[in-house]
Structure formats: C-alpha cells, structure tokens
Design a protein around this ligand. Structure first.
Ligand SMILES: [Zn+2]
Length: 525
C-alpha cells in the first residue's frame, strides 16, 4: 500500500515498529543484532485492516445474544423456535435479547409481531434488534416492563408503531427504541469489558488491527461504557487497537451552550491502544427500515421520504461548538437528503472553509449523486462507506426498487472524483469481515444473486487500500498506520495467498493466517 515501494519480500520489525522493508538481502543487511526470522513460505503480508466504523461493544455483546440473522433463521417460525429455546433455558423475567433479524430476508417479508413473540415466550421480556440497529421488536412483557402502552406518546425522532386498534405492535423505530432499551438491565462493567475483549478476538481473526467504535455511550453518561473499554485495556487481553467516538450529547448536546473537550473523556494512558478521536452525530436512519432521509420517496411508499433527526439549525449549532473545541466530527448521513443537509450544515459550521486536517466525516452515504460527491471533495469531508451488498443488498432493492438500488454505495464515483474515503463494516450490522466486504465492493451481488450496478464497484487492490490506508486517513492516524513502511506501527495481516492475483471466483478461499499488532502475534488459527 506504499506507493513509493508497493511490493517487498521481507520486513524487519523492532518492538512495536517497522524498521526496514524491501528485498530480503537489504533487510538482512539492516539487522543490527540477532533477529528472529519468520518464513511465511510465500504467503502475502498486507497492512492490518482498519475498521474505522463498527460498534465494538455491540459486536461483543452480540456474541451472547441469540442469533436471529439471516445466517440462522429463514422464517418467523425459526425466530419463534430460537426465542422459545432460550426461554426454556433462562429464568422467567430474565430478558431475552436477539440480534440481527432482517424482515427482507424472512420468507414472510415482514417483522415478527408482538403476538408471535408472546407465543414463543409468554413469561419473558423479549427484544429483537433489527440488523440495521434502527428498529427493535418487543413482546408484551417487554413493552410492559418499559411502560409502553396505548397512551404512550411517540418520542421526538422516533415512532411507536401501532395497529388499527391503536395498540403498539411491538415495533419501535429510531428514538422510540430507547424506551425499550432503557428497561433492559445494562451489562455490568465486567460483562462489558469481557464482551469488548471477545470482540477484539473476533476482529483479530478477520485480520483487523485497528477498530473505531462509531457511537460510544448510551443514555445519560458515556462513563459506564468508557469504564468497560478501560477494563478491556487493563485486562491485557485486548487484541486490537481501539478508538472511540463519544456521542455528540456528551460533547455538545442539542439545546445547550456547553462543549466538552477530549481530555474530559478518561481512557487511560495507552493512546495507541485506546483513544478518543471524534464525536458522533446521527442525522437520519437506515435504508432497510426506510428511515434514511431520501430526496425521492421509497419504492411503493409515495408518502415516505424517511426522517431527519434534527432541524438544520440544531445540527449546525452542535457542529459549530464541537468544531470550535477542536473535535473531529463524524456524522451519520445515509440517504441523499441527509447527505445534502449534512454537507450544508458542515459548510455553515466551518464558515465556508474546507475541513482540512480536521477530516470531518460522513458515515454511510449510501445514496448520493455526482454533484453531492463534488461537494464532499470541495469541503474535504471524508465519506466512510460500507460496501456490503452480499448480505443487505436485497433489502436495498426492496426499499428503492432495482434501478435506484443499482446506484447505492457509488464507490467508483468517489474514485473518479478523487474523494478520499474509507471502507468499513458497521458490524454488528454485518460481520466485521474485511475480506467478505472487499469481495462485495467488487462484485456487488445480493443474497438472491442480483448484481447491483457492477460499474459502481471497485477493484480488489483499491478496496484493500480503502480498508487500510483509507481507514487510517479517516482516523487521522495515517502517519503510523495503513502501510508497511519503516517507522510505522508493526500492524499487519498475513493472507494465505496474494489477493492481487486471486481470481474473483477463488476469493472465498483466501484466509487470514496471522494477525500482528504492535509486533506481536494476536491471532493465529
Ligand atoms: Zn454504525
């Protein structure tokens, strides 16, 4: 990934850093004293993947929740069996939490109802998180525990879905999810730390060496989650470097005049392993739940153009304060109406100047046209994209119709316009598997086998570049990560064969055979 010297056959590391890279004879000559020699027998070393948008705690907690994703269930009956089996195994009144269902992938093509979840677990509160993380489905016990009834008003920026009789159906969208989430006992600090460590084990197994938690903190204070991350770090078992993005409410809350600085967020004294980077703002919802803010209505829903979570004035005000206090701002903007609004707001908050080294980001940018792409470049806003179509692509077709779905995630357009961007997973929305996501960035095939605008895809080496150099750039750590170059951190991944010469049809046989972070092996099967 180093354009000066793109290929080499040996590297020398000393402690946490890379000392020399190049031809074997030259690297051998650079050895000062005794060195341990590792022969990779013709395998390929690439810079470690940098997943600059995922949810680390969420990945870890998800490992102990029931899997109701498309990997595990095909029908609502399957979901009921999974919930019922868990209910039989845990005491009554204990919450049953499931993760990753996708109505687009179920035979019934709809969300499970409250009555169906009641039938599976009449005595336990049940909550299933949608794969997007923007909708949850609860049963009657869960709604009861959260105090949600016929007379409960929709919170600002959220919706309690109701049937024709006015009764909640169990589906809670966007801000309304918080009502239910608040009723679930949060993980203890110890449970959270353990979950984070387990998440880093999973990430290291996929060849990731750095990850960014893209929305740190839930509820009143970020401190409980920060304590979990500190706990993971001090356990000594954390395998992957982590940066955190505390939510804007802890930095420059809407409606207040306050602003908090980075130093107020305590994360310990190993910034290369755990640090605070930017602050996270959500501006709209998700595609699969039809809550992303679109210029054109969703297919078959002429009255639905999704939702913006803030008015422009509030967004600008939050951004202006965070920008003034030196923060990198990271804003979720998925639909083109959100992308446009967020660009307008950035422009105002920065008084018309480009972001420069601040590298304010825009997350997802699933739908946008060339004019908006040009504005990203002019304002130097860094789009952070998720190339998965392999898992969620059919949902994009359902939401937008085939024609518009072919133009989602226009990576080729970003390349052509010269916009600097990064690729990432948004796990646990989809697994944090860079090789699978890179394959998807190239092939753009949905689970049912439809190719969504292959011309919007990119080639393999470009995708790897955006998942390594791109991630480091988005996280403002490109001086020490993203390339194998002397002076940089010894963070790299060994692949079973050279990805550049692996034909697309053989890509699934590519394996991560070792992950090294800071000069130490953190994963080896
Ligand atoms: Zn996310």
């Amino acid at each position: 990934m180093d354009e000066v010297a793109p290929r080499a056959d040996a590297l020398l590391i000393d402690g946490e850093r890379i000392l020399a890279v190049g031809r074997l004879a030259d690297v051998e000559a650079a050895v000062q004293r005794g060195a341990r020699r590792v022969d990779l027998e013709g395998q390929t070393v690439i810079p470690g993947f940098n997943d600059c948008h995922c949810h680390v705690l969420g990945i870890g907690l998800g490992l102990s929740q029931i899997d109701v994703s498309a990997d595990a269930v095909r029908t609502i009956g399957d979901i009921q069996r999974a919930v019922g089996a868990r209910a039989a195994a845990v005491p009554e009144a204990q919450w049953i939490v499931g993760r990753g269902y996708d109505q687009n992938m179920l035979a019934e093509r709809r969300h499970p109802t409250r009555a169906e979840l009641d039938a599976a677990a009449p005595h336990h509160p049940v909550m299933l998180r949608h794969t997007s993380g923007h909708v949850v489905a609860g049963n009657s016990r869960a709604l009861e525990a959260a105090g949600i009834g016929m007379r409960t008003a929709d919170p600002a920026g959220g919706e309690i879905e109701r049937g024709p009789d006015g009764e909640p159906t169990g589906l809670l969208k966007e801000a309304a999810m918080e009502l239910l989430l608040a009723a679930i006992p949060p993980p203890t600090r110890q449970q959270g730390s353990t979950a984070i460590v387990r998440a880093t084990e999973v990430m290291a197994s996929y060849g990731i060496t750095s990850a960014t938690d893209a929305a740190t903190g839930e509820g009143e204070s970020a401190e409980p989650e920060l304590a979990m991350y500190r706990g993971a770090l001090s356990s000594g078992a954390q395998r992957v470097r982590i940066l955190l993005l505390p939510q804007i409410r802890y930095v420059a809350a809407a409606g207040s005049a306050e602003v908090h600085v980075t130093e107020e967020f305590a994360v310990g004294d190993k910034p290369e392993w755990l640090g605070i980077e930017g602050t996270k703002i959500f501006s709209d919802g998700a595609m699969s739940t039809r809550t992303a803010a679109m210029r054109v209505p969703y297919a078959g829903h002429a009255d639905n153009i999704g939702m913006l979570l803030w008015d422009e004035e509030t967004l600008v005000d939050m951004m202006r304060r965070a920008h003034g206090a030196g923060w990198q701002i990271v804003t979720h903007a998925l639909g083109d109406r959100a992308v446009e609004t967020v660009l307008d707001c950035y422009q105002q908050a920065m008084d018309g100047r480009p972001a420069g080294e601040r590298r304010h980001r825009m997350e997802h940018c699933m739908v946008f046209d060339e004019a908006l792409g040009r504005r990203m470049r002019e304002l130097e806003i860094v789009p952070v994209m998720q190339p998965d179509i392999f898992r969620l692509g059919d949902g994009y077709v359902a939401a937008l119709g085939l024609d518009r779905a072919c133009d989602v995630i226009p990576l080729r357009l970003l390349e052509r316009l010269g916009v600097r961007y990064a690729l990432s997973s948004d796990a646990p929305v989809v697994p944090c598997d860079p090789l699978a996501n890179i394959h998807s960035a190239v092939e753009r095939k949905t689970p049912s086998g439809v190719t969504l605008g292959r011309e919007n895809g990119i080639d393999v080496m470009t995708a790897i570049r955006r998942y390594t150099v791109g991630g480091a750039y988005a996280m403002r750590t490109d001086g020490m990560k993203g390339m194998i170059r002397p002076g940089m951190l010894a963070d790299f991944t060994v692949l079973s064969r050279d990805p550049a010469s692996t034909p697309p049809e053989e890509w699934p046989s590519l394996r991560v055979t070792m992950t090294v972070v800071g000069g130490e092996v953190r994963y080896k099967p």
